[in-house]
Design a protein around this ligand. Structure first.
Ligand code: PLP
Ligand code: ZN
Length: 407
């Protein structure tokens, strides 16, 4: 038994192949690279029942992950997040089987920890000592902290408007942190320049092949947590698209292994109305998106005007008969309140958007009442305290509360 069954890297655009034993970034044609495994051999030596009783983190799937040696694993215990039923929300939107995969309960408070854990581990294995990346906040926070744990120096550039907590997480880890008065795309240009000048490892979204592998584990966990019976629909808040590409890749690999059967779930890319390049491309039946000008949304993690892996996101949608939906900020903020009051779940704005999308797709009949639906909450609401506005009565010392609290 090997620790990992990784076999090589390949380009989904031009089919070029590369070694996983060297540092690789993009393909020579400019496309992101994907990781291939020797699934045939893996399938002979491992069965899904062997997973029972393994560590309760994403490393339980190490054969399907790219790190070759356990000693290179950099972990804070990420993964195996709860998949919980949402009966009150389900009743409210007439979906009998509504579930939430809750990524708020993971180190650093967002699912970016998955990509960082696997990406940093592989970087460490390849001998990377310094990495750099642009970020909307959450990825930078996660990569700074995991890099610190892995003994790797990080340089992070984020928009000045990125959630302040992510700035603090990066700074306290000892990262070289910079703020830019602009968008993630502006941060990306600055990082690309310094990568070229100083020879740093570029850990930008999809410019290294291993972040997808970390995020893939959300798909593996959903399958295992549902006892290897796949749901009908999975909704995912889509920015760079790594999560939805990863989930699609995971389910495809499980299918090849014969661990799941039948149709794949219909994958739904949920975006913000103020930044919806994937939705626009999908509505126009295109295979790539166009840069979205003046993008703006409170759901900071999905403010990505042009994703490098847009063609892979669209492929995942088309191949699974999924769809793409854009949600207004007011609607997702209202849904955030509904979720907290009906289910006690304080989700991030991006996560709330997936529930609005489920509600609307149900209203349109695209989701049927009895279908099994999984909405991804990609992070905890606690990371975005400023998106909530509340009015609270202020008492003076000695005041009494006149109204019954229940009324
Ligand atoms: C980054 C992020 C997303 C979008 O993830 P992608 O995989 O890049 O599409 C969604 N939600 C949150 C909270 C994020 O931080
Ligand atoms: Zn290529």
């Amino acid at each position: 038994m090997k620790y990992s069954y990784i076999s090589h890297l390949y380009c989904p655009k031009c089919s070029n192949t590369f070694s996983h034993e060297q540092k690789n970034q993009l393909c020579t044609c400019g496309s992101p690279l994907l990781v291939e495994y020797d699934l045939e051999q893996l399938g002979k030596e491992l069965s899904k029942e062997d997973l029972v009783g393994r560590v309760s983190s994403l490393w339980r799937y190490h054969e399907l992950l790219p790190v070759g040696d356990e000693s290179d694993v950099v972990t804070l215990g990420e993964g195996m997040t709860p998949l919980i039923k949402m009966p009150a929300m389900g009743e409210d939107m007439k979906i009998a089987n509504l579930w939430m995969k809750d990524e708020g309960i993971i180190p650093t408070g967002t699912f970016k920890a998955r990509g960082a854990a696997v990406g940093v581990s592989k970087a460490k294995e390849l001998g990377v000592t310094e990495l750099a990346m642009p970020t909307n906040g959450n990825a930078g926070a996660a990569w700074s902290l995991y890099a610190a744990r892995g003994g790797i120096q990080s340089t992070i550039v984020m928009p000045i408007d990125a959630p302040k907590i992510t700035r603090n997480e990066s700074a306290i880890s000892g990262s070289n942190l910079y703020l830019v008065d602009g968008l993630i795309s502006d941060a990306g240009k600055i990082v690309a320049q310094s990568v070229a000048e100083h020879g740093l490892f570029d850990a930008s979204t999809l410019k290294e092949p291993y972040r997808i592998e970390g995020k893939k584990t959300m798909g593996l966990e959903i399958a295992e947590q549902m006892d290897w019976k796949l749901p009908d629909v999975i909704l995912y808040p889509t920015g760079g698209g790594v999560g939805i590409i990863g989930i699609y890749k995971a389910l495809t690999e499980l299918k090849k292994l014969g661990w799941v059967e039948g149709e794949l779930p219909r994958l739904v890319a949920v975006q913000a109305e103020g930044c919806a390049p994937i939705v626009k491309a999908w509505e126009e039946g295109r295979s790539e998106s166009e840069f979205w000008n003046d993008s703006k949304t409170v759901a900071f993690g999905i403010n990505v005007p042009k994703a490098l892996g847009d063609f892979l996101v669209l492929e995942a949608i088309y191949q699974t008969n999924g769809c793409a939906v854009a949600i207004e900020d007011e609607a997702l903020l209202a849904e955030q309140k509904t979720l907290a009051s009906l289910e006690g779940a304080f989700v991030c704005p991006e996560g709330a958007a997936t529930f609005v999308a489920a509600r609307r797709l149900r209203e349109q009949g695209w989701i049927k009442e009895q279908e099994i639906v999984v909405a991804l909450n990609t992070g905890m609401g606690i990371k975005y305290p400023d998106t909530i506005t509340v009015e609270v009565p202020i008492l003076q010392k000695g005041d009494t509360i006149k109204k019954s609290i229940k009324s």
